[in-house]
Write a protein that binds this ligand. Sequence first.
Ligand code: AMP
Ligand code: ZN
Length: 463
Amino acid sequence: MKIFNTLNKTKEEFKPIEKNKIKMYVCGPTVYNYFHLGNARPFLFFDVVRNYFKYKGFDVTYIQNITDIDDKIIAKANDENVDYKDITQKYIKAFFEDLKQLNIQKATLNPKATDYLPEMIALIQDLVNKGYAYESQGDVYFAVDKKKDYGKLSGKNLDDLQAGARIEANTQKHNPFDFTLWKKAKAGEPFWESPWGNGRPGWHTECVVMSKKHLGQSFDIHGGGIDLIFPHHENELAQAEAIDDKPLANFWLHNGFLNIEGDKMSKSLNNFFTARDVLKKYNADTIRFFFLSKHYRSPIDYNQEILEESRIAINRFYEVFKKLPVYKENIINDHLSTDLTEIKNNFLAAMDDDFNTAKAIAYLFELSKICFNQNTEESHNIQAANLLYELGSVLGFFSKLKDELDNKIDDKAEKLITLLIEIRSLAKKQKNFEIADKIRNDLTQLNIELRDTIEGTNWSLKK
Ligand code: AMP
Ligand code: ZN
């Protein structure tokens, strides 16, 4: 399997550090707003990365942090005249709700920065002790000059940076590119006590601490959008390697931007649509198709027409499942016919080539064509539909269908539920409420809900 590694700017053969295990860290949201469709791109792409490794039999630990202390959060709390925690709690809840609506599975763990203050302070102290960091008027900075290979992830070097930049007048810093590890609190701001006075940690330090804490000294994959390469990931890498001279991550993966009329969709440009708003018009599979039909490193333009085309494409897959049954357990796929085996292998080869989801989707279309082929045996078409479901699920499609399959109730079970409902109404007539209640409660345990109406009792499956 080959993956493009931003660190070496080339596609490299991927080998996990530990056999059959993947340890992956992806920078998560800063929680002061609903996330927009651009933010959804990395969330969705790394969901696919995790699914694909799992499908290949790896045991995946996926850590995605939540930045719950930050200048923007404080500014928003001040604007609304509330505690910063009111802001973060609200948007953490919204973050998980929106992920769910997008059919993005949760990470193994979502650590929150404010839960790791002692570890962050210890790391900064360690950097000070080792001579990589210095305190200045209550702030602590990382001295970029001390890290000889500073810039290796982004391909920038300090001389070029200094030549190209407008140098800010900050007399506290030894070098204008020194970055903040600890920020002194202004009056009224939230703070934590530290050896350098009251303040809060810098964003780059937060991710180093949370990733190492949960994944160990070095891990396999570190991910995020390309805007994170510099300075965020460069500064994470610099700190981590200054501490123990071991790579923080072996592979650095970055997704391209979602643009809108040529600009990056972003909160600061105010040119964004929140994911929850887009979800009112397009379902999760359509949005997923919109992103995955392009390579993850290519830029994508937000475009209604392409979203409409995505909707049509997804509906075509759903036509297959309306026509042909699929089974949750893909029993028959153990003995795939040669043509289907070839398609499956092509799909895997596309995904093994730096997660080429665009190409992988083309094989899903080949499968759907086979499903509609009237000149082949129905059993073959059903096998194709099962494979379409299996491979589509790897890309995160069809999860609604999965719910339906999970909750499928066969004819016999349906008759048994009807029988229990009849026994329950007999029990009620005879004033045996103990039995009546037992039937209702036990069915509820099985996610079967009873509703008494004047016409009689109905049942439904709890969602
Ligand atoms: P933020 O909350 O701004 O830190 O962003 C969260 C994630 O979304 C990061 O991985 C960013 O790189 C990514 N991101 C932000 N804007 C875009 C965009 N327009 N297109 C793709 N990814 C983005
Ligand atoms: Zn990060």
